[in-house]
Design a protein around this ligand. Sequence first.
Ligand code: ZN
Ligand code: ZN
Ligand code: FE
Length: 760
Amino acid sequence: MTRLRIALQGTVQGVGFRPFVYRLATDLRLTGWVRNTPAGVLLEVEGSPEPIKQFQASLDNQKPANCFIYSSEVTVLDPAGYTAFEIRESLAGEKSAVVLPDLATCPACRAELFDSANRRYRYPFINCTHCGPRFSIIESLPYDRPNTSMKRFQMCPACRSEYENPADRRFHAQPNACPVCGPWLELWRRDGSKAAEREEALAGAARAIREGRILALKGIGGFQLLVDARNDKAVLRLRELKDREEKPFALMYPSLARAESDCQVSDLERQLLLSPAAPIVLLIAKAAAISKHVAPRNPYLGVMLPYSPLHHLIMADLDFPVVATSGNAKDEPICTDECEALERLNGFVDLFLVHNRPVVRPVDDSVVRTLGGREAVMRRARGYAPLPVTLPDGEGSVLGVGAHLKNTVALAVGRQVFVSQHLGDLETPEARKGFEDAVAALQDLYETQPAGIGCDAHPDYESTRFAKAAGLPVTEVQHHYAHVLACMAENDLTSPVLGVSWDGTGYGLDGTVWGGEFLEVNDSSVARLAHLETFPLPGSEIAVREPRRSALGLLYRVFGDGAFEMTELPAVASFSAADRRLLKTVLAKGINCPLTSSAGRLFDGVAALAGLRQVSTFEGQAAMELEFACNGFESDESYPIEVREPVGGAERPILIDWKPLVRHVLADSGSCVPVGIIAVRFHNALCEAIVAIAKRAGQSRVVLTGGCFQNRYLTERAIRRLAQEGFRPYWHQRIPPNDGGISLGQVVAVSRAVSRESEP
Ligand code: ZN
Ligand code: ZN
Ligand code: FE
């Protein structure tokens, strides 16, 4: 038995949609309910997998004629035990204005775009009520043209009559426009002078890409940088100019067929590529005919299809895949304005393809992958934000300001939590301004002043400082607890659960850096049941970039000073003799060597010990390469890992001792065991540790969360092993497992704290 919750946005009201759903569900003997919401329809169906699958298919291909679904969010949930299917009344008091995300060009508009008889033939801003920009052009609610960045364009008589005709596909399509009255393209040189406009601008831009130049393109939610993905020199030049050594670039393919010839694409992945959200989907590459510098040492490619009319035109022209990466400088938000882009992107762009429809807020391309056979959003922005997550209850308004990396902010309004688009790492003044703008914009949009704020417990995060300066009651929420609450919220789970919260770094409550945590969450408490044994991180922050430092910390914990003699190990040998002497002192005296229980750093350390990588060029690289090393190796073998009861009669925390594991990694790499086998045994050992702690916790529901659970091998194996042992595993679907989910968890934590206080 399984239950699906499906949130549909679109023209699904007043077209007989609910009766249609009712008939469909009852014909298939499914139970559940359907009701209208401010933006569409929310429904739940429960039953066995086969009829549920049929239901999903029929929902799409048998729906009433006048009905169009803009976006559909599916969440897999535990059965609720419904006994019948019913049509429910809409909930009173729900905010009537829900902001839709930006939607990919619909098939009807795409057909008109390439129809030479149509008055919008090759018009790069064609849209209708079924598609086009939304979140990226809204200044305030209600969603009417004067409240969007289209207000500067006067509709011509032809557009106006479509806009006013209830029978037209463009009835009240707020961004409605045509070549006569709407925005147009210009091609700018680096000095800001105009090289061409309209059709010639497009042709000039395509020519530039074909010639290997770097084009900045003003898209839906801001600028993208485009280069020919087949051209080594062009891709390398973009890497150099963007100061981006090896972090993979996303690609845009001209068509699904072309993407399928370069990558393995499952049914679900195909659906995601073609969905109105049109995200970047992580796909396993086949022998792709693109530059090896697009995604070095990475078996995946991040692939998207054209999602705006402008993209359709340029990609149809080019007919080859292009790198399409965010138009920003390192650690800055993407540029939205063409004049700003001229300044901020000038150093690494040859030409600018711009237009005069303002982008109100930066919205990056979203990134998804499949995990355990379901969609899992890794970066949630265009096409997804700001669709709400619905909580079982809640009142008033609460703000969550997120963490530091991959920041998002969240605003709860009653039961609805609006999670912002991905805002990025708060490392630069520009990023911090972007963060503050996003907080202000969410509050303005929903006309809500929060009564309280949830922030991370880390005192030095910019987001924490912001929260504490806001003059409102602030609740500090421990990082890993926030991860667990976010995962519980989107899976509609109530306590008690066991939360497995694994990531790179989070502020611990005992003076150490946490990241390999097992939290028991009950109605009124949260307790650290177990964690990975700690080890020192010489150099603290530097260790995030240098996996060899994590390796040294692990070795030091096992062998003490003997670690420095192990120069046969690449991790030790990669330090100079002088560095080793210094590190020896540093470790002995504990100078800038915080202790950590981080699973992410354990991944780093093992990757370095296995000889995979000593220094990373981007966050998480070593851990990713350890995951990738598993590809093609299958085994249930696992390294030993010891679970140690707490000493001195204390009840917790239980310690997971990885020392036997490290010894085996050393033995295996010393005897030339392939790194893939080492990687598999390592991942398997971690999954056994999860099972072992789950058994001790005696909690049937186990929540997998934190950045480590972006790792497909780890997540899917943990799911499988937990299920085999009779547990119910839960993982992320609509909200990222990484720190992009923290703001949602903070909001939930504040609501939980408030409801506890109001109890007698
Ligand atoms: Zn359309
Ligand atoms: Zn017009
Ligand atoms: Fe985290």
